[in-house]
Design a protein around this ligand. Structure first.
Ligand code: B1M
Length: 224
C-alpha cells in the first residue's frame, strides 16, 4: 500500500486532495485503521517535527490538523461497529487552556467503535465541566493534555471531583504526549495510556475491575 500521496496531502494541508486519496485507498480495500496509523498519524508526526524545527508555522499546522479531522470523520463510520450496548459512558475532553484535539478525537473515536458511549466535551474543558459530566452519568473521566503548561489542570480536575464527592464513584484516566504513568499516579488518576488503542484496553480493564469490586462487595469474592 502506497500512502505517500495521502501523507503529502496532509502535510500540505490540502483537504480535498487528502480526501480524494483516501477514497482511492478505500476503493483499493485499504483497512481504515492502517490509513489512520500509517497515513494520517504518520503525516502529523512529520508535521510536528517540521514545526519543531521551525520549518512550518502555526497556520500550516492548523491546516494539516483540519485535514486530518476531515479524514477521520470520513473513516469513523468504517471502523468496526460497537459489539454490544454501551459498556460504559466515558466523558472525554482536552483540559482547560489546551486546544489540541486530534489525539483526543482519535481516542474518542476508538472508544466509541469499541462499544463505549462517549460524551465529547471538546477542548479547553474546565474541572467544573468534567464534574458536571460525572453528574450526568459518566463512569470514566478521560483527560487529554498536549502542553506541559496545561497538565496541572488534570490535577485540579481530580481535586474538583474529590471535592464534589465523585472521585470514589468514577474512574479517571489521562493521556497526551507530555503526561506519563508516573504523573497519573502522582495526581491520583486511575490510569494512563500512551495511545488510542491502549486507552480502549485501559477503559475495559477499569470496568472489569469495577465489576469485580462490586462482586467482592456483594459476595465477598471476585467474579472469576
Ligand atoms: Co501545538 N504544540 N501548540 N498546536 N502542536 C505541540 C503539542 C508541541 C509539542 C509542538 C512543539 O513545540 N514541538 C508544543 C508543546 C510543548 C509542550 O508544552 N511540551 C506545542 C505548542 C507549544 C503549541 C502552542 C503553545 C504554540 C503557540 O501558540 N506558540 C499552541 C497552544 C494552543 C493551545 O492549546 N492553547 C499550539 C497550537 C497548536 C495548533 C492549534 C496549531 C495545532 C492543534 C490543532 C488541533 O489539535 N486541532 C497544534 C499541533 C497540531 C501540534 C503538534 C504539531 C501535533 C499534535 C497532534 O495533533 N499530534 C504538536 C507536536 C507533536 O506532537 N509532534 C504540538 C497527533 C496526535 C494524534 O497525537 O495528540 O499526542 P497526540 O495524541 C496521541 C497520544 O498522545 C494519545 O493518543 C493519541 C493517539 O495515539 N493521547 C491519549 C492523547 N490524548 C489522550 C488521552 C487519553 C489517552 C491517550 O486518555 C484520556
Amino acid at each position: 500500500m502506497e500512502l505517500q500521496k495521502l501523507i503529502q496531502a496532509v502535510m500540505e494541508g490540502d483537504a480535498s486532495a487528502a480526501l480524494g486519496e483516501l477514497e482511492a485507498q478505500l476503493e483499493a480495500s485499504a483497512p481504515p485503521l492502517t490509513l489512520i496509523n500509517e497515513g494520517l498519524l504518520a503525516a502529523m508526526e512529520q508535521v510536528g517535527r517540521l514545526f519543531k524545527q521551525g520549518e512550518l508555522f502555526i497556520p500550516e499546522v492548523v491546516m494539516s490538523a483540519e485535514t486530518v479531522k476531515g479524514c477521520l470523520a470520513r473513516l469513523k463510520p468504517l471502523l468496526p461497529p460497537a459489539e454490544a450496548d454501551a459498556l460504559s459512558t466515558v466523558a472525554i475532553g482536552t483540559v482547560k487552556g489546551d486546544l489540541h484535539d486530534i489525539g483526543k478525537n482519535l481516542v474518542a473515536m476508538m472508544l466509541e467503535s469499541s462499544g463505549f458511549k462517549v460524551i465529547d466535551l471538546g477542548t479547553d474543558v474546565s474541572p467544573q465541566a468534567f464534574v458536571q459530566a460525572a453528574c450526568r452519568g459518566a463512569g470514566i473521566i478521560a483527560m487529554s493534555a498536549l502542553l506541559t503548561t496545561t497538565m496541572p489542570s488534570m490535577k485540579e480536575t481530580v481535586a474538583a471531583l474529590t471535592e464534589a464527592g465523585w472521585r470514589e464513584k468514577i474512574k479517571v484516566i489521562i493521556g497526551g504526549a507530555p503526561v506519563s504513568a508516573q504523573y497519573a499516579r502522582a495526581i491520583g488518576a486511575d490510569g494512563y495510556s500512551e495511545d488510542a488503542a491502549s486507552a480502549v484496553e485501559l477503559c475495559k480493564s477499569l470496568i472489569n475491575n469495577t465489576v469485580n469490586d462490586a462482586m467482592k462487595f456483594l459476595y465477598g469474592k471476585a467474579d472469576e
